[in-house]
Design a protein around this ligand. Structure first.
Ligand SMILES: *[C@@H]1O[C@H](CO)[C@@H](O)[C@H](O)[C@H]1NC(C)=O
Ligand SMILES: *[C@@H]1O[C@H](CO)[C@@H](O)[C@H](O)[C@H]1NC(C)=O
Ligand SMILES: *[C@@H]1O[C@H](CO)[C@@H](O)[C@H](O)[C@H]1NC(C)=O
Ligand SMILES: CC(=O)N[C@H]1CO[C@H](CO)[C@@H](O)[C@@H]1O
Length: 512
């Protein structure tokens, strides 16, 4: 509770009018209702939970290849070979969703499990069966499947052909999406094409901090951005024209962003620019009225490229047709939000030796030492940034419907996760503030349903409402305190900061 009070003081320090601050503090005393029709879910991703990496005809993904070839790139030298074994344990996964009383489950399909050749010439029936079993079990219990088509496990075969830097991926991805719509679209009403494009392109093809580990800062990463936006848009158009009339679902993309808080009034412009390079990079082409990359990206990258002696901008052009295909290719905005940064101008404090995304943005970002820490180095607890980014999106993109497709807290494990409970309460509170101020948030998803393979951090960073015991062959899942708190929020459709779950029921001290 101490932390909540602290963060309240913090929120208030950001608010100019004292009366507004008093109102907020009064609001905290009474339970707050979520809007009518608001939906709650939890999320996972195929490579992070499924395991069965080579089971029943599945082909190799870039994460299989990356973690096998370079085990030292993963913090604890682990991989997703077995992970949570959800390939075998999906019924237990759905039991947890039922225990929590959730409206939907966001999971992803593994492209190389469905299409071992990467292409539709050979459909893996065991893969179809697995996802059918999972979807049928969800539908049986009235839990909506929300399916991400691409959560980073590209077939390695396609990577050998250039992956997201090869423009043919626009068709490859659309062909794969078509099979998924054909096979599962009768029961799936929420589709997400691609998860966190910035992680795919910037981390995968720029900084080389995620598979496929291509280091081409300021170059391959922008080629990836263009191809990815077009792949998303083409899959959206296919769904919109052919499948929506018969299947009646919604389809979108999930974009993640930090909130960029200007250090001083003089930094408002650079903080906005920084947000345009991160959120706007993928959101502006889809959600703005004009479409295309944000003006500030086009201008800054063109100017730098010219200075650097390139014959054209490192940010590829989009034709008028391409801009039009991407613009409006979404039914809602999927937002993953975790943390915030302070931004200020880079007055030649940092000099970049070569072209890069960071040089193009040309801002300095940091997180003050007194922000509450998590296990993940880059994540600090900043609920106030959640409200601010939602209000920024409302202003910038004419108030689109938003589903929070990920939000969560990383720890090192343990069932008595009071810090995670504080996190969820304060972020949901901030989200409700944004809704009160008119942001059109229609759903919320926790990351994650259970601990899972956290990419290059292996199993060292735990995000789960349920703790997974990786020592046990059955990968036993046990609810943490946060699971009980989230369950009550979902049951009552109310955020009550004073709610305490019955600890005897939880059996925390007995380790369940
Ligand atoms: C989702 O699709 C249904 C059916 O087409 C529609 O009624 C609903 O408004 C859609 N929701 C969003 C957020 O697009
Ligand atoms: C920053 O972006 C917001 C949202 O689009 C806008 O209202 C504001 O005017 C922008 N500020 C600057 C300095 O560009
Ligand atoms: C859980 O943690 C809180 C705060 O750290 C502590 O006050 C409480 O006693 C703990 N509960 C159990 C059952 O260990
Ligand atoms: C309980 C159970 O099904 N455990 C399985 C977990 O996954 C490994 C490998 O995928 C199997 O060997 C176990 O039997």
């Amino acid at each position: 509770m101490a932390r909540i009070t602290l963060s309240l003081v913090f929120i208030c320090s950001f608010i100019v009018f004292m009366s507004e601050c008093q109102k907020i503090q009064e609001d905290r005393q009474v339970p707050r209702k979520f809007p009518e029709g608001f939906i709650f879910g939890a999320a996972t991703a195929s490579y992070q939970v499924e395991g069965g990496w080579d089971a029943d005809g599945k082909a190799e993904s870039i994460w299989d290849y990356y973690s096998h070839k370079n085990p030292e790139l993963i913090a604890d030298l682990t991989n997703g070979d077995i992970a949570n074994d959800s390939y075998n344990q999906y019924k237990r996964d759905i039991e947890m969703l039922r225990e929590l009383g959730l409206d939907f489950y966001r999971f992803s399909i593994s492209w190389p499990r469905l299409l071992p050749t990467s292409f539709p010439d050979k459909i893996n029936e065991a893969g179809v069966q697995y996802y059918n079993n999972l979807i049928d079990e969800l539908v049986k219990y009235n839990i909506q499947p929300m399916v991400t088509l691409y959560h980073w496990d590209l077939p390695q075969k396609l990577q050998n052909m250039g992956g997201w830097t090869n423009p043919h991926i626009i068709d490859w991805f659309t062909d794969y999406a078509k099979i998924a719509f054909d096979k599962f679209g009768d029961r799936v009403k929420y589709w997400i094409t691609i998860n966190q494009p910035m992680s795919v392109c910037h981390s995968g093809y720029g900084e080389a901090t995620k598979a496929p580990g291509i280091k081409s800062p300021g170059q391959a990463e922008y080629i990836c951005s263009k191809n990815l936006l077009l792949a998303h848009a083409k899959a959206f158009r296919l769904y919109d024209e052919i499948y929506r009339p018969i299947q009646n679902g919604n389809i979108s993309i999930t974009i993640h962003s930090f909130w960029d808080e200007p250090e001083t009034e003089d930094d408002i412009q650079i903080a906005n620019d920084s947000l345009q390079f991160m959120l706007g990079h993928y959101a502006y082409p889809i959600f703005s009225e004009t479409g295309g990359f944000p003006k500030v990206m086009i201008e800054k990258i063109a100017a730098k490229s010219q200075e650097q002696g390139f014959s054209r901008s490192r940010l590829p052009d989009l034709t008028t047709e391409e801009i039009e295909m991407i613009r409006g290719s979404s039914d809602f905005l999927g937002l993953n939000f975790y943390t915030s940064r302070i931004i200020r101008k880079n007055n030649n404090e940092i000099k970049y030796p070569e072209p890069s995304y960071f040089d193009d943005v040309n801002a300095i970002d940091y997180q003050p030492a007194d922000w509450i820490e998590e296990a993940s180095e880059i994540f600090k607890v900043t609920p106030w940034g959640f409200r601010k980014i939602l209000m920024w999106i409302k202003a910038e993109y004419n108030n689109p419907p938003i589903i929070i497709t990920e939000n969560g807290f990383s720890s090192r494990g343990g069932l008595n996760d009071t810090d995670r409970v504080d996190f969820y309460r304060s972020y949901l509170d901030a989200m409700l503030d944004a809704i009160d101020e008119g942001a059109n948030v229609i759903g919320y998803t926790t990351w994650s349903l259970m601990d899972n393979f956290e990419w290059t951090k292996g199993y060292t960073e735990r995000f789960g409402l349920y703790e997974v015991n990786y020592e046990s062959p059955a990968r036993t899942r046990t609810p943490r305190k946060s699971a009980f708190v989230y369950k009550e929020i979902v049951r009552s459709r109310t955020l009550d900061l004073k709610y305490e779950p019955d600890t005897s029921l939880m059996n925390i001290d007995k380790g369940y």
